[in-house]
Design a protein around this ligand. Structure first.
Ligand code: NAD
Length: 308
């Protein structure tokens, strides 16, 4: 199949591109390299350096005629969304809407859209959070990511658009941009490998759900290939919360770091504890994470060690 991957120069989608190409598929990438990197781009992919909001995106669809679109390109920093809400909305809502309209116009068989389980639900009323949990985003980023899910629902009904929305947890692994949602793993690993002391904001007992990049890639492959996932919104998570203190301990062991963390005041606007249930993804498309958090962190540390 021919897959158009937006954001294919970024952390997560570049791994997806590598997997698709290894599996023998044709891949086209649209990425403006705003937070992605040329070096992440698989040389076997056709690359268009372009903003998803650009009208020329339509010409790429026209020329390439993808079977499937996997839409990862986004303004993905929660902090930036607080400071520049209009920019966040422009990229994440208007940009996504343009991708959706192109999918409809060019008869794309399926659109896989990437949403966030960490930012759409707000402060959890129960844990683990499932898809039936109320949606109360506490950041502009959470609002814009969720808004697109409504468009998908609508365009499925009005225009027959076929989609799956994946609500990611904190994704971690090689190539991670340290300032994203799950940057703590990449930052701690890089710092401790250099013998530097990491900072923990708050008491370190805040819980997040972490899933290794390979499992995230697998969720996209299933969403593309398993029709049972059509027109569902699916949490992709481990169902387990890990604390920052736990991350510190695991990475400390893996790196051989001998110091202790420095604690600083908690950052504002952060949900204290969230982890999400992926029972629905398991039932609908047979997805569940295979890499344990400990193994995944060790892989991350070894990857970073190899780059030093
Ligand atoms: N990293 C996580 O833990 C996490 C969690 C939940 C959801 N997500 C979502 O996953 C997706 C990928 O995130 P990531 O962590 O790989 O981030 P990333 O910044 O590494 O990747 C995003 C890519 O999109 C590109 N991009 C940004 N704006 C663009 C635009 N206007 N036009 C074209 N390309 C543009 C960037 O250059 C980059 O290559 C995003 O949609 C993000 O919201 C990530």
């Amino acid at each position: 199949m021919k897959v158009l991957v937006t954001g294919g120069a970024g952390f997560i989608a570049s791994h997806l591109v590598d997997r698709l190409i290894a599996d023998g598929h044709e891949v086209v990438i649209i990425d403006d390299l705003s937070t992605g990197f040329q070096e992440n781009i698989n040389p076997k992919a056709t690359f268009y350096r372009m903003d998803i909001r650009d009208d020329a995106v339509s010409e790429v669809f026209e020329k390439e005629r993808p079977d499937i679109v996997d839409h990862h390109a986004a303004q993905m920093a929660v902090i930036r969304s607080l400071k520049e809400p209009e920019f966040d909305a422009d990229v994440n809502i208007i940009g996504s809407l343009k991708i959706i309209m192109n999918c409809i116009k060019h008869d794309v068989k399926k659109l896989v859209y990437i949403s966030t389980g960490g930012a759409v639900y707000g402060e959890p009323q129960y844990l683990p959070v499932d898809e039936a949990h109320p949606i109360n985003p506490l950041s502009q980023y959470g609002i814009t990511k969720h808004t697109v899910e409504h468009y998908l629902f609508l365009y499925h009904i009005t225009d027959g658009l076929n989609y799956t929305a994946l609500r990611y947890p904190n994704v971690y692994g090689p190539r991670q941009y340290p300032y994203g949602e799950a940057g703590v793993t990449a930052i701690f690993s890089a710092k401790m490998l250099k013998g530097e002391t990491p900072i923990i904001f708050g008491d370190g007992e805040q819980l997040r759900d972490y899933v290794y990049i390979d499992d995230i890639v697998e969720a996209n492959i299933l969403a593309m290939t398993n029709p049972a996932s059509d027109n569902h919104i699916l949490n992709i998570g481990s169902g387990r919360g890990s604390s920052v203190n736990e991350i510190f301990r695991i990475i400390k062991d893996a790196t051989g770091f001998s110091g202790e963390p420095v604690y600083a005041p908690a950052r504002k606007g952060e949900v204290y504890k969230i982890y999400i249930s992926a029972e629905k993804a398991k039932k609908v498309m047979g997805w569940e994470p295979k890499v344990s958090f400990e193994d995944g962190l060790k892989r991350l540390v070894e990857h970073q060690r190899g780059k030093m």
